[in-house]
Design a protein around this ligand. Structure first.
Ligand SMILES: Nc1ncnc2c1ncn2[C@@H]1O[C@H](COP(=O)(O)OP(=O)(O)O)[C@@H](O)[C@H]1O
Ligand SMILES: [Mg+2]
Length: 461
């Protein structure tokens, strides 16, 4: 029997994980700040361009030291897991050493990417601010003294959580910067830059958050055996769908005046080892697209029957083992099916490009002008309200990447055109995939395949 999920009530199906107290403190600040103060995205910027500042000689030397240690060693998931198996004071000190050596190398690479952008792009205030923030974070980690005991680790973790927090709005900020600079770089250049930057960012956050979560688990003597730091060995897609569905439903209702229900069928009891915040990000973005398409399509064709929208159907399969080269790999797959009219053939080739959207310019203009706009302007209200109301600890911890999507600062159901490309990047990060098939005039199927992370290694840097 398929499970019908009422998406109109607030779901608590996904119980918030117990994460670092310090992270929670930082997260509550996060929710507030992302709700109340994301000025770069909501106002027309008041600025004048100026040449980007070169780094100080001291910072240049440090950058040269860390950036020269390339190519980056791939992020080794086995290593991240090993610090929690078993979790001991010694493993925490090994974990902090790993963080202190790996994070600066990756931040140095990111600073270099940003410095290598065309000069005119570097003068854009959004891009310039992002570069400054990365230089500062890099300087802090690269010059941090060794951590030799748990007391020092507690202080380090607190500051690391603040650092992670301070980068919450990086991607929306950069998105805005590239939007303004689109005439100076080709779409392929922008896309390559963003792919590299976002992958690098995922790695940095994984390392930082894993260390923070493990430190907290040790401090709390957390008996929970289903989590190894931020990896949930029994991640439940059904619970995650219920949680994300509830949020997206509220957002859709607030924006478009109606929302479809969700049906979960197939192997509903499936669980698999994964990073829940990554799954949350992907599901939120795909559901937003499916909900919006369903409402828009039916509004167009049956304007008087909005209350009988066709449901969005999520079909879960049991995790299966597949042979890839010499390896036997396990994957969990699911399909998200909507009857939202599908994607037109002319748009099909572009939907995975950054910044491609059919949400219309009304939203952007509406936001920039502080009101009015097209139907998507209203999304601001729904999204902000939902973000302010919290969510799971994990969602808050990862800020904009989950927190109800990339557009946390905006709280929109659509409009930046980053949902599909970023979801695909997340799915591929550990070797999975995300594909979209359209039955034009009828609906869309999204196929998501995610690697089971108990034995997986990532090789994306
Ligand atoms: N389920 C869907 N049904 C119809 N069109 C879709 C669907 N998912 C994505 N699209 C199309 O792909 C575009 C890009 O999606 P996305 O990257 O999530 O950006 P955004 O949602 O901000 O527009 C959408 O604007 C829409 O035109
Ligand atoms: Mg979208």
């Amino acid at each position: 029997m398929p499970l019908l999920v009422s998406t109109t009530t607030t779901s608590t199906a996904h119980s918030p994980r117990s994460l670092a107290r310090i992270v929670k403190t930082a997260s509550s600040r996060a929710s507030l700040s992302s709700t109340c103060s994301s000025p770069p995205l909501t106002r027309r910027p008041q600025y004048s361009r100026h040449a980007p500042q070169p780094p100080s000689p001291e910072l240049s030397k440090l950058l040269a030291k860390y950036a020269s240690k390339t190519p980056l060693r791939p992020l080794n998931l086995q290593t991240l897991l090993s610090f929690g198996r078993p979790l001991t004071p010694e493993s925490i000190l090994a974990s902090v050493n790993y963080a202190l050596s790996e994070i600066p190398r990756r931040l140095a690479t990111r600073v270099r990417y940003l410095e290598a952008l065309p000069f005119i792009v570097g003068t854009n205030p959004y891009v310039a601010n992002t570069l400054d923030a990365y230089r500062e974070s890099f300087r802090w980690v690269a010059t941090h003294p060794p951590v030799t005991n748990l007391g020092e680790n507690a202080r380090f973790v607190e500051q690391l959580a603040d650092l992670v927090q301070s980068h919450t709005n990086d991607i929306p900020t950069m998105a805005k910067g590239f939007q303004e600079c689109s005439r100076y770089m080709s779409p392929t250049q922008i896309s390559n830059f963003l792919d590299g930057t976002i992958r690098n960012r995922i790695s940095v956050r994984l390392i930082a958050e894993q260390h923070i979560a493990l430190s907290q688990a040790l401090e709390n003597q957390d008996p929970d055996t289903s989590h190894i730091g931020i990896i949930n060995t029994r991640c439940s897609p059904k619970a995650m769908i219920q949680m994300c569905g509830s949020y997206v439903s509220e957002l859709c209702e607030a924006t478009l005046g109606a929302s479809p229900s969700i049906i979960i069928d197939g192997y509903r009891d499936a669980t698999f080892p994964y990073v829940p915040v990554h799954l949350e990000y992907i599901l939120t973005e795909i559901l937003k697209n499916a909900f919006r398409a369903t409402v828009d399509h039916h509004l167009k064709h049956h304007p008087s029957s909005l209350r009988s929208l066709p449901p969005v159907i999520l079909t879960l399969s049991p995790p299966t083992t597949m042979r890839e080269a010499a390896d036997q790999l396990r994957f969990f797959s699911l399909r998200i099916r909507d009857q939202g009219g599908g994607v037109s053939p002319t748009n099909m080739a572009r939907i995975f490009s950054y910044a491609f959207t059919t949400a219309g310019r009304g939203a952007e203009e509406g936001l920039d002008d502080g009101g009015g706009g097209g139907p998507y302007a209203a999304q601001y209200v729904g999204g902000s309200a939902a973000v302010g109301s919290g969510g799971s600890g994990e969602a808050n911890m990862f800020g904009e990447i989950t927190g109800k999507g990339l557009q946390t600062g905006l709280g929109t159901i659509a409009g930046l055109g980053y949902g599909l490309p970023m979801s695909q990047l997340y799915a591929k990060y550990f070797g999975g995939s995300l594909d979209l098939m359209s039955l034009e005039g009828w609906g869309t199927d999204v196929f998501l395949k995610l690697r089971c992370l108990d034995e997986a290694e990532d090789h994306s840097g």
